[in-house]
Design a protein around this ligand. Structure first.
Ligand SMILES: [Zn+2]
Length: 349
């Protein structure tokens, strides 16, 4: 697959907003169109009608006309809806108008578990929505996914210009190169990138899959030694565990995966700085206890003590020391409290 930016050959007058936009190669576009439209026939019809520039509105138009699905996404929201929608641009394939669902401030009550994962309850004024299902924005074209707006190309309204993604070109090219693998995986799950990820409602399966795609993105970052990539993978696994708990599905596989990722994060120093070291060790200890691996948890209490000594003999600044100490105390507390049957209950944050 060619991954170089390739400008369109339209005359300058017709380029308009497309002028600074790179597109992927024709075979790639054909494959993506098939992913989004569902059939070869519709993909060819699209190319005949609009050429090789993918436009989400035109795809939605064709699918609505074919009655395959209705997924109109509006930025407007009803008064009791705690969610509003903004639109982002994919930094990997440059798809525009990706709906990103955001939670209105102070609209829902947030409870957290011992791993810091939120769950949402209504407080009367707004209807209850499980924001964990909606928090990851997914590009339906290349299946680039992240819960962090800074990972996408956004618009700075004050200066009428684009704010680039946090990710670098090398990572973005590698992520785009994996688009077919992600599309095949999604098809195997019986899912549809447009129908399952764009609307303001997501199924539990789509919520779990959106975090799986975010893990795939972070995995590629980790392969390129990007700091915090493994740390994020662990956090995404914890979100998947929370989704399972909310819907009374088995969460153990996701907690096990989170523990594996936090251990790798610690061993590879993927989250540098003592405050993150403290947080990662706390999470390793908490997950060890949650999974009944008391010995693992106990051995990491020892690691945490040595970490504390290292920090105290070093030159960490006061804020870092304070943050570390908070995690240290939390780890000591959960370890001392490990027999308490109420240990895993949700708490208001
Ligand atoms: Zn994309």
């Amino acid at each position: 697959m060619r991954l170089h930016d390739q400008t369109t050959s339209l005359p300058a007058s017709e380029m308009g907003e497309w002028s600074n936009m790179a597109v992927i190669d024709e075979n790639g576009v054909r494959r993506r169109l098939k992913i989004m439209l569902g059939t070869d026939k519709l993909a060819e019809e699209y190319i005949a009608r609009y050429g090789y520039r993918i436009d989400v509105t035109k795809i939605q138009g064709m699918r609505t006309a074919e009655k395959t699905v209705d997924f109109s996404v509006d930025s407007e929201t009803s008064a009791d809806d705690p969610i509003y929608t903004i639109f982002l641009k994919c930094p990997s394939c440059y798809m525009t108008r990706l709906p990103s669902h955001e939670l209105k401030a102070k609209s829902l009550q947030i409870l957290t578990d011992r791993f810091g994962m939120p769950t949402y309850r209504d407080m009367g004024r707004y209807k209850a929505v499980d924001y964990n299902l909606l928090s990851v924005t997914v590009c339906p074209q290349c299946l680039y996914a992240s819960p962090d707006r800074k990972d996408f190309i956004t618009r700075d309204p004050a200066r009428a210009r684009e704010i680039p993604s946090r990710l670098h070109q090398g990572e973005l090219a590698a992520i785009l190169a994996g688009a077919d693998d992600r599309a095949n995986w999604l098809t195997d799950q019986g899912m549809d990138p447009m129908k399952d990820f764009l609307p303001r409602r997501r199924s539990v399966q789509a919520g779990l899959a959106s975090y799986e795609l975010a893990i795939e993105r972070a995995k590629i970052e980790f392969a390129r030694n990007v700091p915090f990539s493994m740390f994020k993978m662990a956090g995404y696994s914890l979100k998947q565990a929370m989704i399972c708990r909310t819907y009374e599905k088995e969460e153990k596989q996701y907690l096990t995966q989170a523990l594996k990722y936090y251990l790798a994060c610690f061993e590879r120093s993927n989250a540098p700085g003592f405050q993150y070291e403290g947080q990662v060790l706390y999470l390793v200890i908490a997950l060890g206890l949650r999974l009944g691996q008391t010995e693992t948890a106990g051995s990491y209490i020892g690691v945490l003590d040595r970490s504390k000594m290292r920090m105290e003999s070093g030159v960490a600044d006061a804020n870092v020391q304070q943050a570390f100490t908070r995690w240290y105390n939390a780890a000591r507390e959960i370890w001392a409290d490990r027999e308490n049957p109420d240990l895993w209950k949700l708490r208001s944050s």
